[in-house]
Design a protein around this ligand. Structure first.
Ligand SMILES: C[S@@+](CC[C@H](N)C(=O)[O-])C[C@H]1O[C@@H](n2cnc3c(N)ncnc32)[C@H](O)[C@@H]1O
Length: 182
């Protein structure tokens, strides 16, 4: 077999894996697994504006990059990543182990709509508009007064905006952060 044929088969395998990852997250949650670029993390951390005693829930944490970066920046804060789809969940768990199993992070396999948010002082999500509409009611029911919600790219239509922050390095995945206070 020539080197070209081997490269071709490897390329096909990688494409197949990417397709399976994408479809598995889509069929389980109706929201595809798409990761924000790591260059956006400083803007997200600034928008969250967390304190040592904060409790962050990332709803749909994908491969865990945001929840892990936040935990690294705020070592006294509790950071919880919620993910339901198996492929991103596996990546999040691998990244958690690669980060040295930070004491302040937990990655949970849960549906975001059945996750108890009563202890969350901060929420981060990068989901879809229809999901934000549904989540708003849950936020109203469960979040403590003053909790901060940062939504990447999708507004909560019926909620008064506290701040609208454009990413310093915008792209098609990650243009604006919408900040709300409940
Ligand atoms: C667009 S990705 C964002 C990933 C990550 N937050 C980031 O910014 O890189 C959305 C993630 O939310 C997850 N998700 C969507 N709906 C969910 C649900 N109902 N319960 C748990 N996870 C969900 C998807 O599986 C996907 O991994």
């Amino acid at each position: 077999m020539t080197l070209l044929a081997i490269l071709y088969i490897c390329g096909l395998c990688i494409l197949l894996i990417i397709l399976v990852l994408y479809l598995s997250s889509l069929t389980l949650t109706n929201v595809p697994f798409l990761s924000l670029s790591r260059v956006k993390l400083p803007d997200i951390l600034a928008a969250l504006d967390m304190h040592p005693e904060s409790v962050l829930y990332e709803l749909g944490c994908g491969d865990g990059r945001v929840v892990l970066a936040t935990a690294k920046a705020h070592t006294a804060a509790k950071c919880v990543g919620i993910e339901y789809a198996l492929a991103p969940l596996l990546l999040a768990r691998i990244n958690y182990f690669r980060a040295g199993k930070p004491h302040n992070v937990s990655i949970r396999r849960q549906n975001i709509f059945s996750t108890d948010l009563t202890e969350a002082t901060h929420v981060f999500c990068f989901l879809y508009p229809h999901v934000m509409v549904k989540l708003h009611k849950k936020f109203q029911r469960e979040l403590p007064a003053g909790a901060i919600v940062v939504s990447c790219d999708f507004e909560i239509p019926t909620m008064l905006l506290k701040q609208k922050i454009p990413f310093s390095k915008p792209s098609s995945l990650g243009r604006t952060l919408y900040v709300y206070e409940y």
